[in-house]
Design a protein around this ligand. Structure first.
Ligand code: NDP
Length: 435
């Protein structure tokens, strides 16, 4: 890893996988001596490019754009685009690496990739976001395509950005194809795609709870974030009879002891998706709730925690507090939100813990379903897509149990997800030779 020593997030993600996969390779002769893991940690291609754009006052700005094409052994590169000031090569390589395993787990034919820019959409006008997206796609369009690389959304890239990106791709290439997922319903998008990551995370939590004869119903649930994943995780918990008491953003968290209901959630969706406001505005509308500035919600007593904001948002100390307060289940909606110290605490306490590459795979799985619908030029109903999503999440859960169950019966979902994801990609790489 010496050549990556300046990339802490990437090293963290690789370490987590290596810890469980290296012993598995040692026990299985077909993978020995082939440098499989060494090949997997090196991106097939990493593209970095200048994105120059003009703001509403006529000033020129320059951002850096990226696409990490990590592994295409089992299908075209697939993974989201993130627009956030913290984006750099290390963050995108960690996300792309995780994506390879996650996509493999979905059982769909998708390789792994990730991309984005250090552009910050916060505080920008719609026109500025459009000009940035167009400039970004004017370069990215050379490197992607429906059979090569199919990007999607991630932090800072929602339906508005996907629309602008798709428009410019179509103009440059003069073709209408499924080159991006997360599209609007009237131009090739799939039903349930916006909901899929959040819904899938809760389906996965439910499967884990069922192994202990428990359910989401009646449980108190703490959620971080208030973006796409958090919103739909909250919606599904409410539908299943759980009580969501927190949401957050980078300025702090709100605590609503009465729990969110459909009306309160609709307010949050409008606040975040249309008015692009701050979560603190929730208490102006619902004064019985409280806002805790600069804090994360892990100090709130709960049965289930769903970290749905960003990487490393839940550390060892937060994990200790959650456990002390009786938390029995943590399912990651975000990518790598728990630090290694936090995961260690959860495993030590033998609570149910799902890593994002398993529990948040519903989003990319539904993107895979969007690709299938685009290829066939058909559109499945909401019920059809939701049914497929539930089946995929249940299959991922079974794969984790298959490879993650330990001698005392405890399921280490991290180990299960890493090995199950590894096997399919490694087998394809072996079959294709050293390339
Ligand atoms: P959004 O941009 O819709 O929302 C992100 C949320 O996280 C916002 O509430 C944001 O607050 C908060 N957040 C972002 N960065 C930070 C930070 N540094 N500190 C504290 N809070 C932060 O993104 P998504 O909901 O799409 O993504 C959330 C997570 O889920 C990411 O880890 C993403 O990689 C992962 N994921 C998303 C998928 C999807 O389908 N969208 C699929 C699989 C994983 P603020 O507005 O203040 O920045």
């Amino acid at each position: 890893m010496a050549r990556n020593s300046h990339e802490p997030e990437f090293i963290q993600a690789v370490h987590e996988v290596a810890e469980t996969v290296i012993p598995y390779i040692a026990e299985n002769d077909i993978y020995k001596g082939k440098s499989i893991l060494e090949r997997m940690v090196e991106p097939e291609r990493l593209i970095s490019f200048r994105v120059a754009w003009v703001d509403d006052n006529g000033a020129v700005h320059v951002n850096r754009g990226y696409r990490v094409q990590m592994n295409s052994a089992i299908g075209p590169y697939k993974g989201g685009l993130r627009f956030h000031p913290t984006v750099n090569a290390s963050v995108l390589k960690f996300l792309a690496f995780e994506q390879v395993f996650k996509n493999s787990l979905t059982t769909l034919p998708m390789g792994g990739g990730k991309g984005g820019s250090d552009f910050d959409p916060k505080g920008k006008s719609d026109d500025e976001v459009m000009r940035f997206c167009h400039a970004f796609m004017s370069e990215l369009s050379r490197h992607i395509g429906p059979n090569t690389d199919v990007p999607a959304g991630d932090i800072g890239v929602g339906s508005r950005e996907i629309g602008f990106l798709f428009g410019m791709y179509k103009k440059i290439r003069n073709e209408f194809t499924g080159v991006l997922t997360g599209k609007g319903l009237s131009w090739g998008g799939s039903k349930i795609r916006p909901e899929a990551t959040g819904y899938g995370t809760v389906y996965f939590a439910q499967s884990m709870l069922e192994t202990r004869n428990e359910t989401v119903s009646g449980k108190t649930v703490v959620i971080s974030g208030s973006g796409n994943v958090a919103q739909y995780a909250a919606e599904k918990v409410i539908q299943m009879g759980g009580r969501v008491v927190t949401l957050s953003d980078s300025s702090g968290y709100i605590y609503d002891k009465d729990g969110l209901d459909d009306e309160k959630l609709a307010f949050v969706m409008d606040l975040k998706n249309n008015r692009r406001g701050r979560i603190s505005e929730y208490i102006e509308k619902y004064p019985s709730a409280e806002f805790f500035e600069g804090k994360t919600p892990w100090e709130v007593k709960c049965d289930i925690a769903l970290p749905c904001a960003t990487q490393n948002e839940l550390d060892g100390k937060n994990a200790e507090t959650l456990l002390k307060n009786g938390c029995i289940c943590v399912a990651e909606g975000a990518n790598m939100p728990s630090t290694p110290e936090a995961i260690h605490e959860f495993h030590k306490a033998k609570i149910l813990f799902a890593p994002g590459k398993a529990s948040n795979a519903g989003g990319v799985a539904t993107s895979g379903l969007e690709m299938s619908q685009n290829s066939l030029r058909i559109s499945w109903t909401r019920e059809e897509v939701d049914e497929r999503l539930q089946k995929i999440m249940s299959d991922i859960h079974d794969s984790c149990i298959k490879y993650g169950k330990e001698e005392d019966g405890y399921c280490n979902y991290v180990k299960g997800a890493n090995i199950a994801g590894f096997v399919k990609v490694a087998d394809a790489m072996l079959a294709q030779g050293v390339i």
